[in-house]
Design a protein around this ligand. Structure first.
Ligand code: GRF
Length: 207
């Protein structure tokens, strides 16, 4: 049984999509063992609660500095013996020690086709605002492994979504979630749990 830990900060619709695909058997042989939020008000915690998934808040604010926070987070996930850590709308930048400790075991979803509209400062609606300002006709979502950089790790899956006339950042965000994020995140996790993802020379090969 693959043990998954999920890090969240907000609404948790991606967490929900992952729970749904575990429940219906699309993601096989896996269990979410814990959901950790950086913010105790996050609705994602309520979603976890509803499915009887252990959940807690570990916030950088509870620690003297980022190093202590990262150490505590490493210890927490080590104790839970997680095989994979999934960032689902997690708004904290993880330290290098955390990322290196769980190398190639941390996934993230970004709401654009990387390398467009990604990196520092591109999060939430800002990503969709930037896409609309540039006038792109196609955007999408990317699931990638997390490395020391921001949105720079090996790309696992991507899916394109059309930009429509009259889109606002909100309508575009909704379409990208519905048509891409909720589909490719569970899919990438399923592939990982089936041992079908290999990384060579910084690139992902799906077996
Ligand atoms: C999503 O758009 C995701 O791509 C980004 O943060 C948002 C999280 O939404 N990383 P939710 O909390 O999963 O609803």
């Amino acid at each position: 049984m693959f043990k998954i830990g999920v890090l969240v900060s907000g609404g948790g619709t991606n967490l929900q999509a992952i729970i749904d695909r575990i429940e219906d058997g699309t993601i096989k042989n896996a269990k979410i063992v814990t959901v950790v939020s950086s913010n105790k008000e996050a609705y994602a915690l309520k979603r976890a609660e509803k499915y009887g998934i252990e959940n807690t808040c570990i916030s950088p604010k509870q620690f003297e500095n980022r190093e202590e926070f990262n150490k505590a987070l490493i210890n927490y996930f080590e104790k839970k013996e997680v095989d994979l850590i999934v960032l689902a709308g997690y708004l904290v930048v993880l330290g290098e020690n955390f990322v290196n400790h769980f190398k190639n075991k941390i996934m993230n979803i970004h709401p654009s086709l990387i390398p467009a509209f990604c990196g520092e400062g591109y999060y939430g609606l800002k990503v969709h605002e930037a896409a609309l300002n540039r006038g792109v006709k196609i955007t999408g979502a990317t699931v990638h492994f997390v490395d020391e950089g921001t949105d720079t790790g090996p790309i696992i899956l991507q899916k394109a979504v059309n930009v429509e006339d009259g889109d606002t950042p909100q309508t575009l965000q909704k379409r990208v979630m519905e048509e891409a994020e909720w589909e490719i995140y569970p899919k990438a996790i399923a592939l990982y749990c089936e041992g079908k993802i290999k990384i060579k020379d910084g690139k992902v090969k799906i077996l």
